[in-house]
Design a protein around this ligand. Sequence first.
Ligand code: CP
Length: 311
Amino acid sequence: MVKIFELENIISIKDFTRSDIDYILNEASTLENVAQSKEISEELKGKILGLMFFEPSTRTKMSFETAMKRLSGQCIGFENTGSSSVSKGESIADTAKMYEGYCDALVIRHELEGVSKFISDVVDVPVINAGDGAGQHPTQTLLDLYTIKKEIGNIDNIKIALIGDLKYGRTVHSLANALTLYDNVELYFVSPPELKMPQEILHDLDKVGMSYKEVSNISDIIDKVNVLYVTRIQKERFVDIEDYLKIKGAYIINKKMLEGKDLIVMHPLPRIDEIACDVDDTKYNKYFTQAANAVPIRMAILKTLIKNNPK
Ligand code: CP
């Protein structure tokens, strides 16, 4: 049983050891009953979480709020800069310093890579990266790993295909990095040539000797994997809309192509059309469970960081 978690901030999954990940996953398991409202917890009573969402979010923001409230804490924050003094020109650093005075921890989502790290350097409360541009989304990865462990039973030895926008998709960047900590993982990257996994991530994998295969068609891997991790082609990351339109709909998973397969389908969501709705009522659908798993995982993160780093 892992006993120590020493990270003060959660900025990149690359800062985690395997035992850090085990710690959060184990803690999340112990909080399942509270997450599902079968038990009451007062672990974070009197604590306040600051939510700074410069970019839209449904799951990450709501699940952090739910997690904090399930532990009897409270939340403050904004979900668009129009409702904060950022719209009057206040700097991100000054805004974060204000939150530091009001909160016990900060959750940041921003369209620019590196903003959470920057804020963690200017405040003394724990900072959690809730997605920074095309960079990282470490708390999503923790809930992805939790889902794989619960659904498949292990993370070592999995055969997983990451599909879709691998260039700009922060969830697949974090997940690929995290999988380097596990043994005997078979990793496939499925994307159009324009959206291939960045060299920086491939370099991280090469450095630890992790093998992977890059392919362009789902049919190349569907009989080889036990997890299809599907992602959205992100319109908002394209400078030229014509480039987006050329690729949109390149990969669509439907019920017929899954029949008889021994695998699960995951997706960080939101989806547009990359998983047909006819998959929703099948045994393959684990993407809604995955989204629900955000609550125990984010409870574990908040409890650990706030209790380990009191103001
Ligand atoms: N998975 C995820 O980050 O979803 P949101 O953008 O809705 O938070």
